[in-house]
Design a protein around this ligand. Structure first.
Ligand SMILES: [Zn+2]
Ligand SMILES: [Zn+2]
Length: 374
């Protein structure tokens, strides 16, 4: 014991005892002001802060990001340095962006029956939760997973158990897990509203909700392209997931026809769902950001392709316009895009290189095969 602590010990006065301040009344975040929230998936390349600046320059008031590389398992520490996280949270408040949605890694398969992959998925999802909390995210969106040889029922039970394990002893605070519906490619779970509802219901103790993707709904067979189909789908959602549990929509047009069961996003209005349908969706009172008909702070986030520089900005502008809110939309920076001409050149060159290599590899394989025959 040092001299100093000795003095403190002997001079202790019960009146000095620490008394915690009363818990503050939980306050709704400032972005939950009844305004419609519109954003796009932005890149964290270089720095987490870059994602916020991109969202601002594109004319968004909400955004989605990955919190780490989406197609790689994390190597080393999966945590974000405290100073980076604090800078990100502070800048986000300054910009008034919300909600902040994190999309989980694509490799995570919470339905995996194979123990190694399941363990890895639970660990990775746990890391997603920890990073989400440190960035101050509002929602973490995750795909249910692929059931493989398993039945849908067994897969759903596995997913619920996996999420619960990943969230064990994690103080979620304001972070809410959202299960995303899928197009139904391969053995993907969650292409029906019933399956998503079973997952949301099974995770009620964690207050999980759902994120519905328009392209996935359409490819899974829900005809939101027609007025009647949209009405029926909304009723169907009410009877299953319940719209109050859907604070986030992914707004993507679909390259794939109704019920095509493939997940391919298209620019808003240029796909099989169409511009008129997005106007109906974005203006629908049940899908608004204002209770009692809508959900406070409801967000529409784009995951549309960026084929050419400016596609991101144009798709965002289109959504504001179709929502009838172009007059109140935050101003975008003229000419800004996450895809620059230089980056596009690089990407095209990279794609050609990958193709060339694949071609060379298959030619070599053929030669080896024919030599083997001779
Ligand atoms: Zn997704
Ligand atoms: Zn999506």
């Amino acid at each position: 014991m040092t001299e100093e602590t000795q003095i403190l010990d002997t001079q202790f006065d019960p009146e000095d005892e620490y008394r915690p301040e009363p818990e503050p009344e939980p306050q709704a975040p400032t972005w939950m002001d009844g305004s419609v929230r519109i954003g796009i998936h932005t890149s964290i390349a270089g720095s987490y802060l870059n994602a916020l600046e991109s969202a601002r320059k594109l004319g968004c008031n909400a955004l989605q990001i990955f919190s780490a590389s989406p197609r790689m398992w994390a190597s080393g520490s999966a945590r974000i340095p405290d100073t980076d996280a604090a800078a990100f949270r502070a800048r986000r408040v300054e910009l008034g962006l919300g909600p902040l949605v994190i999309h989980a890694n694509y490799l995570i398969n919470l339905a995996a029956q194979q123990p190694m992959l399941r363990t890895r998925s639970i660990q990775a999802f746990h890391d997603e939760l920890v990073r989400g909390i440190s960035l101050g995210a509002d929602y973490l969106v995750v795909h249910p997973g692929a059931r493989g040889e398993s039945t849908a029922g067994r897969a759903i039970a596995t997913i619920i158990e996996s999420v619960k394990q990943a969230a064990k002893r994690v103080p979620l605070g304001n972070l809410r897990i959202l299960i995303e519906n899928t197009a139904g490619m391969g053995t993907a779970v969650g292409s029906t509203l019933e399956e998503v509802a079973d997952l949301v219901g099974g995770l009620a103790e964690l207050n999980a909700g759902a994120c519905l993707d328009t392209a996935h709904l359409f490819a899974a067979g829900y005809d939101i392209s027609s007025e009647k189909g949209l009405g029926q789908t909304i009723e169907h959602i009410e009877k299953t997931i319940v719209l109050d549990n859907v604070p986030v929509f992914h707004v993507n047009d679909s390259k794939i026809a109704l019920g095509g069961k493939v997940d391919r996003h298209e620019h808003i209005g240029e796909g099989k769902i169409g511009v008129a349908a997005f106007g109906r969706i974005l203006k629908h009172p049940r899908l608004s950001a204002m209770p009692p008909n809508g959900v406070l702070g409801r967000a529409f986030l784009l995951e549309t392709p960026i084929d050419d520089p400016g596609d991101d900005r144009r798709n965002i502008a289109k959504v504001w316009e179709l929502a009838g809110l172009e007059d109140v939309a935050p101003e975008a920076e003229k000419g800004y895009s996450m895809l620059t001409n230089a980056l596009k050149k690089k990407l095209v060159a990279h794609k050609q290189e990958v193709k060339k290599r694949a071609k060379a590899a298959s030619a070599a394989k053929k030669r080896a095969k024919s030599r083997g025959k001779g």
